[in-house]
Design a protein around this ligand. Structure first.
Ligand code: ZN
Length: 393
């Protein structure tokens, strides 16, 4: 049996013929032609529609719980009779396939991007238990809460800094389908945390070159540190400083840290930056160097291979996979040799904990300030849990 979840009546053009949308959820044992027949489509038409759909989407791939929308019109001559207009099956990645009746017995299937509009939603609240619990009871979607915690984790110690009566305020994107039903949520646009002794605000901002990042009120990116460990689950097998070289035998300076990890373990970019060297480099074997802001660079040696499509000049994001642990060059076994440099001089990676983020200047800072004030204005005038503005995505 199928279940009709919702009936929505839309009045089209002449206000004579009305189209009704039937949202149908696939139940165990349902077939598409069975569903069509239940809403009054004749067997031969149901077969033709199913045949047409299968040019783009195999109807036997329909899963239990998947939603199908069927649009029917009321026959102008006979109000009791429903005429099939079209059906829509959602595909992954915001695509959909629509089968429309173009003439009696004639159907055509077309895959298209789903029509989504976005709106910005504001949610605010007071903390009584934890940011997570109180944001959730204020109606904030989990994916937004997760983003929020990640974004503030550069500046907030969630164990010690959060106290009862601290406050939060968040603006985030929500996508709606063509019928105004929530489809998904996007990104945090703005967030404020009022703590006991400080107030933190972050803004998602797009630079003229298209680069999107989160900034504080001063126009400084909120990501501060380089990742301490650019490989997962690795242990330090050799620290920074003087040591006896395992192959050459004499004492020399070890200009980085060695992380022992199995061959093939992914290596992450320690911070946002641009690749300034990628390739073979003498005893380093396969080697990558990334230049970050403020004169900092990080280098990764003895790689088995590089991540695809990376080349000199490529931009990378913190946490992006850049290569895989190996033992190329002068190396005794699979490990990552990791170096940090400032203005070209080696420094101990463990001595770095707060590398300041990128700071906007000049025209970029002026544009950010303008944007920031516009956001403040929206926040100030919007009631809690409000549609603030709507745009086409
Ligand atoms: Zn080393």
């Amino acid at each position: 049996m199928l279940r009709i979840l919702l009936m929505l009546v839309l009045v089209s053009h002449g206000a004579v013929a009305a189209t009704t949308k039937l949202d149908i959820q696939v139940k165990p044992g349902d077939t598409l032609s069975g569903i069509l027949e239940t809403v009054g489509v004749g067997a031969s038409d149901a077969a033709a529609i199913t045949q047409e759909l299968s040019n783009i989407y195999n109807p036997s791939n329909l899963k239990v719980g998947q939603e199908i929308s069927i649009f029917v019109r009321h026959d102008t001559g006979d109000h009791e009779k429903l005429v099939f207009d079209s059906l829509v099956v959602e595909l992954p990645s915001r695509r959909e396939v629509r089968v429309s009746a173009i003439a009696p017995g004639l159907y055509i299937a077309k895959a298209m991007d789903r029509l989504l509009t976005s709106r910005t939603v504001k949610i605010q609240g007071r903390i009584s238990r934890s940011l997570f619990a109180d944001a959730q009871s204020a109606g904030m979607p989990i994916s937004i809460i997760t983003q929020l915690i990640k974004l503030f984790s550069y500046d907030v110690d969630f164990q010690r800094d959060i106290h009862p009566n601290n406050q939060f305020e968040v603006l985030f994107e929500e996508y709606l389908d063509e019928f105004g039903k929530s489809d998904s949520v996007g990104q945090v646009v703005y967030a404020k945390l009022i703590l006991k002794d400080k107030t933190l605000k972050i803004y998602r901002h797009r630079l003229p070159d298209g680069d999107v990042a989160y900034y504080d009120e001063q126009g400084q990116t909120i990501k501060k540190s380089l990742l301490r460990t650019p490989v997962d689950g690795a242990r330090i097998s050799s620290g920074y400083g003087k040591r006896r070289h395992p192959i050459l035998g004499y004492t020399r300076m070890h200009k980085g840290i060695d992380f022992a990890a199995p061959s093939g373990t992914p290596i992450y970019a320690a911070g946002d930056g641009k690749i300034s060297y990628i390739g073979k480099k003498g005893s380093y074997g396969y080697y990558i160097r990334i230049d970050h802001s403020n004169g900092y660079s990080t280098a990764y040696a003895h790689l088995r291979r590089f991540a695809r499509k990376l080349k000199r000049g490529s931009s990378v994001k913190q946490g992006q996979i850049i290569g895989y642990v190996g033992t190329t060059g002068r190396s005794t076994g699979p490990h990552l040799h990791y170096e940090t440099l400032r203005w070209g001089n080696h420094i101990n990676p463990l001595s770095i904990d707060t590398i300041p983020g990128r700071r906007l200047r000049g025209v970029k800072l002026a544009m950010f300030d303008e944007y920031r004030l516009a956001v403040e204005k929206i926040i100030g005038s919007a009631p809690t849990y409000a549609k603030v503005y709507s745009t086409k995505p």
